[in-house]
Design a protein around this ligand. Sequence first.
Ligand SMILES: [Zn+2]
Length: 241
Amino acid sequence: MEMEPRCVHCGFGIKTLFVQYSPGNIRLMKCENCKEVADEYIECEIMIPLIDLILLKRKAYRHFLFNMLNQEIYTEGILWKTSFLFLMLDACGTLVLNRSQGDRCLSSSSFSSAWVCGKMLVHVFLGNLVFFYVLVVATRVLLRSSSKETRYKDLLLAILVSSYFKIFLLAMMVWEFPSSVIFIIDGFVLSSNAISLKVMTEATTIRCLGACFSAHVMKFLACQMLEVISSTSLRYFRINC
Ligand SMILES: [Zn+2]
């Protein structure tokens, strides 16, 4: 089921965003609630909403989440594609962190490559399982007073799309950056996630920030725990082999 388009200024539902008279000749509709043009991004080049997205403007989030992704291309496919991209970028982040912390104790044998790959996969899947579980629970607990019911599929899509800052992790695979840059990227992802959650649920900013912050912290703690377990098991393996 598709979500109905929304006014990018106030989030009010609207039947149609524009009326097309002939190819290239459209009239943008006004919002009944705030009397502004419901979505002026329709007439803009894609770069304009993208810049506003990076500037964390809520109206750009509404444009992408309600008026763009939920239209013709809003199918199961987009959820799978964004999930795959999200996990891939997360794997890049884990690899960069491993490289900077240096799994120095490992030699360049095939065992070490398999070990690093296995560790990365476990980190990515378990870390994100914890992340989304905590996010869903926190959304239920913290945002239960919010007026709008949000489907979990929409919530998942909002979080995946708003994690676009992770794309900078690709640059870190190519060029050397201090590992602290990963935490700066995480900070941007956290604020972007909170804004998309706010746009989706219409809850207060502090509650959305709280829900996203707890999910990010629990993911970090889960990854730290996995790191301790993996280094302990590696030591055990070395002693016994
Ligand atoms: Zn409006």
